[in-house]
Design a protein around this ligand. Sequence first.
Ligand SMILES: C[S@@+](CC[C@H](N)C(=O)[O-])C[C@H]1O[C@@H](n2cnc3c(N)ncnc32)[C@H](O)[C@@H]1O
Length: 245
Amino acid sequence: MGCTTTLRRIGQKVVQRIKRDGVLATLSRAVEVILWESRKLDPVFRERERESREYDSLYNVDTSGKILKEDLSFPKEVEEWCNWYEPTPPYLIREFVRHLPEDLSNFHWIDLGSGKGRVVFMCSRYRMKAITGIELSPWLYEISVQNQKSFRDPNQQTFSLNFLHGDAQAIVFPSDDLIISLYNSFTGPVLEAVLDNLRRSLEELPREAYLIYVNPLQADVVEQSGMFEKIAQGDKYKIFGAKRR
Ligand SMILES: C[S@@+](CC[C@H](N)C(=O)[O-])C[C@H]1O[C@@H](n2cnc3c(N)ncnc32)[C@H](O)[C@@H]1O
């Protein structure tokens, strides 16, 4: 395809988008795409992407790639606060686990905003009671369920893997010790509602609980909740432990 034809097609797409979403939303999406594409110039980022794709091909799943929020069909009333899909890189999951207790067998890991299921599948290498992911996008939820059918890992140690479709605000926390992860899945009132729900659950039944917050843009909300204290942090995450009462 010639350069002029490509440019004409891009131009037509931009005009369609502006008609559909307005100038501001189109501009903000263009900036997001350009920022995402420019990350591919960074060799460290490219190596992480390679590891991500390798994970998928080794364990027979499809969890890689970024999907912008406009394509995730979030309900109108919460979409402002809900964020895009991007899987946690495998190296980070290994790093989180090093900060957690050695014996996880009494813990239930809950991934809030589980996307295509990467965290659920990777964590199944560690022996826990169960692992549950909850995902708001119907499309991503379906992919996670399909992935569960094809997933094979000879090192799997947790077999109770559950995927739920719905808003993380609606989750009922199980009575086990908890590890909760979220990858900047949502902010604002959605994050506050989830933390309130968690606070009630821990007050009713005090138990061991950890919160792993990746890309922690609103870590102040967690810190100000008074419920958790920070136990570890890296470039891209903070891990909190529930204060014992
Ligand atoms: C950055 S991705 C993380 C995916 C996965 N946890 C992982 O680390 O591989 C954030 C996910 O949160 C989901 N999400 C956003 N708002 C949500 C909500 N209110 N309830 C449940 N899932 C939500 C998005 O659809 C997206 O899949």
